[in-house]
Design a binder for this molecule. Structure first.
Ligand SMILES: [Zn+2]
Length: 86
């Protein structure tokens, strides 16, 4: 599969590259973006995501609903990158 013009090596000063993964939940292809990989790395997750963002968010919401309390963990699906230059 060609992803021409999509991968920019060394541009961000990271080793991350966008990768296409298959969602365990809906079997759809989704892109594990550089931002998402940075987010995972910052949180110490070493494994690839098994679900697309949609299913992941949905699963998390359902899990929280099962716990009974709507207490927010403060986790936001937005990566905080300190050294991003634009
Ligand atoms: Zn999915």
């Amino acid at each position: 599969m060609e992803v021409a013009g999509f991968i920019q090596e060394g541009e961000m000063g990271t080793n991350f590259k966008p990768r296409v993964l298959i969602c365990d939940c809906c079997n759809e292809e989704f892109v594990f973006t550089i931002e998402a990989q940075e987010y995972f790395a910052q949180r110490g997750y070493l494994d690839d995501p098994r679900m697309c963002k949609h299913c992941y968010t949905k699963g998390k919401r359902e899990k929280r609903a099962q716990n009974g309390n709507g207490r927010s963990t403060g986790v936001v699906a937005e990566p905080v990158s300190q050294n991003r230059r634009k």
